[in-house]
Every structure is written in C-alpha cells, then in structure tokens.
Design a protein around this ligand. Structure first.
Ligand code: 3HC
Length: 346
C-alpha cells in the first residue's frame, strides 16, 4: 500500500514516479494503485503459473491417496493435497485483483496457453516418491517462495505468507516419511534412493533456466517481484539439501557435488537444460496426462459451478424480496405511528 508518508513525500510526481518510489521504499503496490502495464502482465503471468502449479501439483501425489500404506499416511496425504488446493485458490484470488478472471486462467491452462511447473510432469512410481516430493519438491518451493513473501505486490506477498507456513509442514512430513523408510528394510532404503535419483535433477530445474537464459529475471528483480535470481536460489537449495541427504543416509546423484571451501557452498553439476526445455514445451513424461486430467476435472465440476451461480442468484433474489417487504412494512407502520404520536400530543 502507498503509505501516507510515501504519498506525502511525493505530491507532485507522476504515477510512474510514485510507483517507482513505492517499490524502492519497500512498500507494497495494491490493486487500486497505478502500475505499469508490463508489471501487471508479469504478475498475472507468474501468479497464474504458480496457481496452476499448485492445482496440477495435486495429481502426482493424488495417485497414492487410495494406496497409502496406513490410515495415518492417508490422512496426512489427503490434508496435504487439500492444502495445495487452498494455495491454488489464494493465488487465483490474488491474480483476480489484477483484473483477470479465474475461469479465463483455467481455460488458458487447459488449452496450453499458460504454463505450470515442470516438476509436476514426472510420474510417482512408489510411495517413497511421496516422501521425496515433500522433502525435495516442497523444499525447493520453500526456497523459491519465502522471498516472495516480500514481493512488491501486496495480495501476492500476503498469500505467500500462509502458503510458506503450510509448505514448511509439507516438507517436514516428507522428511519424516523418508526417515521412517530409511529405518526399515533394505528394500525400503533402496526405494528411497531410487526416488531421490529420479527427483533430484527435476527439483533443481524447478528454479528455472540459468540466469544467463532467464529473460524475465532482471525486470522482475528490478520491480522486486522476484528477490533473487534463479541460480542464487538453486544454490541455496543445494546447500540446504546436502546435509539433509547426509543425515538421511542417501546419495545425491551428482558426481560433481563437492564442498567449495573458498566460497562456502556446494559446487554441483549442470542440470540437463534440454530436458527442462522439453518438459516446459509439453513433452515431459506426464504433460499430456496432467492436462487431460485437469480438463476432465474442470468439465466434471461444471455442475458445481452452475449450482453455485444458481444458488447465489436465488439468495440475491431472496434478499432483494425481503428488503422490499421490510420497506413496505415500515411504510405501512408510518401512519399508525403518526396517529399514536398525535394522540399522545407530540
Ligand atoms: N517450469 C515451467 N516453466 C518454467 C520453469 C519451470 N520450472 N522455470 C521457468 N519457466 C518458464 C517461465 O515461466 C518463463 O516462461 P514465460 O516467459 O512464458 O512465462 C520461461 O520459462 C523463462 O524463465 P524465467 O526464469 O525468465 O521466468 P521467471 O522469471 O518467471 O522465473 C520462476 C521462473 C522461478 C518459476 C518464477 O516464475 C517463480 O518464482 N514463480 C513463482 C513460484 C512458482 O510458480 N513455483 C512453481 C512451483 S509451485 C509448487 O512447487 C507447489 C508446491 O506445492 C510444491
């Protein structure tokens, strides 16, 4: 929000100057504030992609809901999937403050005109994948999203606060599941290692292309939408994950991983960028299946949307009718009140 102090300090400035000053002062831009068209478009692009990712992200783990090994694991997984649905809703609501409609965004997703995160186009082959998604995928999401709580656009930043708290719970449940499996049989430990081998590189790719190939980063960072570059966040994630992998007793599948004493961080290998590009273009292992499932769910849910609209119309009509009745009743009471007042000599 443009605070009184910032607004007062800038009385004679153009909207552009005012916008720049608010961003530079680490204040928030709010929906009714003036903003450049490109800033609005960038936010819609990023928030919509983010919302789509949360919604599509329910599918890989949803695959295990009916086959969770215990009631406890099923309840945890169900709660996590419900959280992701909630995150999608907060984010669509944040996008709507920028003047777009959720139905329009959903249409763009299922017709392939908007993206969602590459990570959700990989299959979940065993129950260990559920743990590794919690640990690595939600861990990467936390690294990427905690800085978004300081994004310059108010509704997005505020939505991220709650999302990050829930993601932190998701990451811990994943790590706890993996710890349990690692304390189990040799076959369970192998299952965890296999899941780590398959998810490590795609998790690194979640942060996007390398900085040199990231066309949007510079602009988004100048506007304080993104607070760190893709490579900075990827490095932060590797530094965080290596000691966790050691504690867990798994090997990260990167022969180039070694501690760099000089810069106090882990050196790591180059992700396969051609794979990321293929997955983003729609040619990942599960892209077609994910979009088809989303389209079917959207179509299956049409009656719910129609019922909600019909209910809202009925409720509004009832409210209007009761308002009219109330007014008529108060008009009818007026002469009686008048006569009573006259009788009482008022
Ligand atoms: N998957 C799909 N597309 C990707 C991508 C990925 N991992 N990384 C980058 N891209 C796309 C970008 O969207 C952009 O395409 P566009 O210009 O057509 O929109 C293009 O590749 C170039 O990348 P840039 O680095 O220039 O793009 P950005 O500056 O937008 O950075 C980002 C990409 C880091 C993903 C940024 O948009 C971001 O931080 N988004 C918010 C977080 C988010 O959406 N996370 C998705 C995961 S949600 C999640 O994990 C849910 C949880 O429950 C696990």
């Amino acid at each position: 929000m443009v605070t009184a102090e910032v607004a007062e300090a800038l009385p004679a400035q153009t909207p552009e100057d005012r916008f720049e000053a608010v961003v530079a002062a680490e204040q928030r831009i709010e929906p009714r504030d003036w903003m450049p068209d490109a800033y609005r478009a960038t936010l819609i692009r990023q928030i919509a992609q983010h919302a789509h990712s949360e919604i599509i992200g329910m599918q890989p783990e949803g695959n295990w809901l009916t086959r969770a090994p215990s009631l406890r694991r099923k309840a945890i997984l169900l709660a996590k999937a419900q959280d992701e649905a909630g995150h999608g809703l907060y984010l669509y609501a944040a996008a709507e403050t920028l003047g777009v409609d959720r139905a329009e965004l959903t249409e763009k997703l299922i017709s392939g005109r908007q993206k969602y995160s590459s990570i959700f186009n990989y299959p979940t082959l065993t129950f260990a994948d559920v743990g590794v998604i919690g640990w690595l995928v939600d861990g990467a999401a936390i690294c990427n999203q905690v800085p978004l709580c300081r994004c310059s656009y108010g509704p997005y930043a505020r939505a991220m606060v709650r999302i990050c708290k829930e993601e932190s719970f998701h990451q811990r449940q994943g790590y706890e599941l993996l710890m349990t499996l690692m304390r189990g049989t040799e076959a369970q430990r192998r299952m965890v290692q296999d899941a780590v081998d398959r998810w490590w590189w795609p998790s690194l790719m979640m942060f996007g292309p390398s900085d040199a190939d990231s066309p949007n980063s510079a602009r988004s960072m100048a506007w304080r939408i993104k607070r760190h570059s893709n490579d900075e966040l990827r490095q932060r994630f590797v530094d965080m994950s290596v000691p966790q992998a050691q504690h867990l007793g798994v090997t990260l599948p990167d022969p180039e991983l070694r501690w760099n004493e000089e810069r106090g961080g882990w050196d790591f290998g180059e992700p396969d960028w051609s794979e990321l590009n293929r997955v983003i273009r729609g040619q990942g292992p599960c892209n077609a299946q994910r979009i088809e499932r989303r389209r079917a769910a959207h179509e299956d849910g049409a009656w719910v949307r129609e019922a909600a609209v019909a209910y809202a119309a009925k409720h509004a009509a009832e409210q209007a009718a009761s308002h009219v009745a109330e007014q008529a009743a108060s008009r009818a009471a007026e002469p009686v009140q008048h006569a009573t007042e006259q009788e009482n000599g008022k």
